[in-house]
Design a protein around this ligand. Structure first.
Ligand SMILES: [Zn+2]
Ligand SMILES: [Zn+2]
Length: 367
């Protein structure tokens, strides 16, 4: 979670002139009344205490742990990130913009009462909760980070107004060990959680096949008023923390698909796009999220583009590493459509089938 990944991303956005194609807005930090839409007040108080004095961190709240070390100012910076996602949701809901991106957000592991997985405040859940507060009746959340979007799923487990869909590496082999297909929501929200648990090693063709076998059909049926998406870049084959083998080019294809789906099903294109995980901070994260900004700005960056040398100089100055030269991994992703049939002996197809069998009937859809 080295913040250099955000600085390098913004640098690459600027190097392609995308900052002139969009409004760059600094929203205020999320206040306590907003944080309490998702988080318990005793947890917020514990974060504040650790923020003022890191030695006061209370591990009962997941703070001061290996994954979530306490640091001075942790409340302020986490609330600031959350505030950007909340403001993005407000702007999209009010029609001030069709699409909004916060690539510093997507911190999907934070729980109502505790920090987890590098996440303090759950900005995707807060953005969704704010949409509900403003009157939204149907919000869809699609999470393609390599890890399960557990905190967002937990926040709306029993809420029929929110459909959460997460595609991730199988919980058998990856943190947070949740996101099984059988997790489908509870109470009034039964059928409101959908999980696709992908086999370790899944590459472009399988990842895209799974996305298209599950997401468009659910959104076409649910007809969300707003689509919120999380684009953790840690699905990439170079990412050190997980075991999928997705290319930048496939990540870009899924971003473009989310944009298209927002226009098709989310009241003419209400779309809030967030970042997420991503630990190949030089080679992958900046390129991935620059593509996201380009797509949302209706100024997509050509994958064949050569990266400006000014940015590569910045990379070297900050990290003593050589930055990538082009906006592509040189792949041309393609996939086989689910509608054309499946192979019950194939592990990827088994994963998709498990999801469709567990979740689709609860929504009145055929498996
Ligand atoms: Zn992740
Ligand atoms: Zn658009």
């Amino acid at each position: 979670m080295d913040p250099v990944r955000l600085a390098l991303t913004m640098g690459l956005v600027r190097a392609f002139g995308l900052d002139r194609a969009v409004d760059v807005v600094a929203a205020k930090a999320a206040g306590d009344s907003t944080l309490r839409l998702v988080h318990r007040s005793d947890y917020v108080a514990a974060v504040r205490a650790a923020s003022a004095d890191p030695r006061a961190a209370d591990q009962n709240y997941g703070i001061g742990t290996t994954d979530d070390p306490a640091f001075a100012g942790m409340h302020e910076v986490s609330a600031l990130i959350a505030g950007q996602s909340v403001a993005a949701a407000e702007a999209v809901w009010r029609g001030e913009t069709g699409h909004a991106v916060n690539f510093s957000g997507g911190l999907h592991h934070a729980m109502p009462g505790g920090a987890a997985g590098f996440c303090i405040y759950n900005d995707p859940a807060l953005a969704i909760a704010r949409l509900l507060e403003l009157g939204a009746e149907r919000v869809a959340y699609v999470d393609v980070d390599v890890h399960h979007g557990d905190g967002v799923q937990a926040a709306f487990w029993e809420d029929p107004r929110v459909l959460t869909i997460s595609l991730h590496e199988h919980p058998r082999t990856l943190f947070p060990q949740t996101g099984w297909p059988e997790e489908t929501g509870g109470g009034a929200g039964e059928g409101g959680a959908v999980n696709v648990a992908l086999p370790a090693g899944t590459g472009d063709a399988g990842w895209l096949r799974a996305f298209h076998a599950v997401v468009p059909e659910l959104l076409a049926d649910f007809r969300p008023q707003v689509l919120v998406t999380q684009h953790g870049a840690d699905t990439h084959f170079e990412d050190p923390l997980a075991h999928l083998a997705v290319s930048l080019d496939a990540q870009r294809a899924v971003m473009a698909a989310c944009h298209d789906l927002a226009h098709e099903y989310a009241e003419g294109g209400r779309w809030v796009a967030l970042g997420g995980g991503g630990y190949a901070v030089v080679d992958v994260v900046p390129r991935s999220w620059t593509h996201l900004v380009g797509i949302a700005a209706h100024a997509p960056v050509d994958p064949e583009s050569v990266i400006p040398s000014s940015w590569r100089d910045e990379v070297y100055a900050r990290t003593r590493q050589l930055g990538p030269a082009r906006m592509t991994d040189g792949r041309t992703p393609s996939w086989k459509a689910w509608e054309d049939g499946y192979d019950p002996a194939d592990r990827l197809d088994q994963a998709v089938l498990a999801t469709r069998r567990a979740a689709f009937p609860l929504r009145g859809l055929l498996t």
